[in-house]
Ligand binder design. Structure first.
Ligand SMILES: [Fe+2]
Ligand SMILES: [Fe+2]
Length: 382
């Protein structure tokens, strides 16, 4: 294995983290295509070692998953009427604009003429954009876990990953249905998210699918779903998110439990490659939240918004930082922060997310998230 470490420009495709031109250059050019093809470059691996439970933690997760399946058509009440402007009704005016409200006071702000009407429109568009990205990300998870079924060498992991394929199909289904029936105006996939998903799928090494999807993308999704769950009183979305999170907590645990074993055996040079991949994923996810597609749709100067946002001190971007609150402790648990002289720790300091390192990791949090079993137990006891 090569010990040539990559420079930032090799990792990110740009010389510096906040290079405005390079960030603006990344855009999705095939928004009218129905099909997008990516080479997955991997060997499909059989194992003849069928000993079930050789990895007890994965076996436990598999047994849990089998009993926690739910049906998106019948377990959610699709008869509920949804008014898009009321989905995040706890928020109004510039409060609804989340991280973008901090720009309102800036003299060059594209938002300086915004009144309540424009802020409310931004809130609805941002919601549609976020839900659309959740849907596209869920399809990424569907494809990644199907790949893991093929590529992971352990039978307990193949079994578990197979349950996750079903979970992700259900997630794509319910987000697509919610957007179609309740929140018309779906957005295409964000350019940075698309780049990240393509990179994860193209990598030939089985653990990179886990690291990219189960740890980074799903770790961020779990935090983002949690915020939206807290912010909405819309009963259909609330229940949808509650059930999706119940699955997602298992998925992140699957990543942590599998990689913990594998990473314990890797050399520093091999760990450094994983650190670089994790850092790249973190930057793509940060760039994704610049939500360039929303500015295009609203006719707002997206270059100006992006330029101003990049100037906001990282510690003021609280919402954006909190999205990393699951990722950082899980990376720590995997030994990724401090391997190779703490390379990833330094990078997470730079992007302002290291403060989460001692928050709870997700290796057994899934038991607390299990809303599906809780509801069934309550129904059986009623
Ligand atoms: Fe999912
Ligand atoms: Fe998932």
């Amino acid at each position: 294995m090569s010990t040539e470490f990559r420079s930032d420009s090799d990792i990110l495709g740009r010389a510096s983290l906040d290079d405005l031109d390079a960030i603006m250059d990344i855009s999705n050019h095939d928004v009218d295509e129905v099909i997008h093809t990516v080479k997955d470059n991997a060997d499909a691996i059989f194992t003849w070692d069928y000993e079930k439970g050789a990895r007890p933690a994965l076996n436990k997760l598999y047994e849990k998953a089998k009993g926690a399946q739910w049906n998106g058509e019948t377990d959610l009440d699709w008869s509920i009427e949804v008014d898009p402007s009321q989905v995040l009704s706890a928020l109004s005016g510039s409060n609804a604009a989340g991280p973008f409200a901090v720009l309102a006071e800036h003299p060059d702000s594209p938002f300086k003429h915004f009144g309540d009407k424009e802020w409310d429109e931004l809130a609805v568009e941002s919601l549609k954009w976020r839900m659309s990205q959740f849907m596209h990300g869920e399809q990424g998870a569907l494809i990644c876990t199907a790949k893991i079924v093929e590529t992971v060498p352990w039978i307990d992991a193949k079994y578990y990953a197979a349950t996750q394929v079903m979970d992700e199909a259900r997630h794509v289904e319910v987000f697509a249905k919610y957007l179609d029936e309740k929140l018309p105006g779906t957005y295409p996939i964000n350019a940075h998210l698309k780049m990240l998903l393509d990179d994860i799928i193209e990598d030939s090494r089985w653990d990179m699918t886990y690291l990219g999807m189960q740890i980074m993308v799903e770790g961020l999704a779990l935090a983002a779903f949690g915020f939206m769950y807290q912010l909405t009183e819309e009963p259909l979305l609330k229940q949808l998110l509650r059930y999706v999170m119940s699955d997602e907590a298992r998925h992140v645990a699957f990543g942590v439990l599998s990689l913990k074993e594998y990473y314990a055996e890797l050399s520093d040079a091999e760990m450094r490659e994983r650190q670089e991949f994790a850092f790249e994923a973190a930057v793509r996810m940060r760039d994704r939240f610049l939500q360039q597609e929303v500015w295009d749709r609203m006719g707002v100067d997206k270059r100006k918004v992006t330029e101003l946002l990049l100037q906001v001190p990282k510690e003021e971007m609280i919402f954006q930082q909190l999205l990393f609150s699951k990722i950082v402790p899980n990376c720590k648990k995997l030994g990724l922060l401090d391997a190779a002289d703490g390379w990833l720790r330094t990078r997470f300091e730079e992007i302002g997310v290291i403060e989460f390192e001692d928050w709870a990791d997700t290796s057994d949090e899934y038991l607390a998230f299990d809303a599906v079993s809780a509801d069934r137990a309550a129904a059986a006891g009623a």
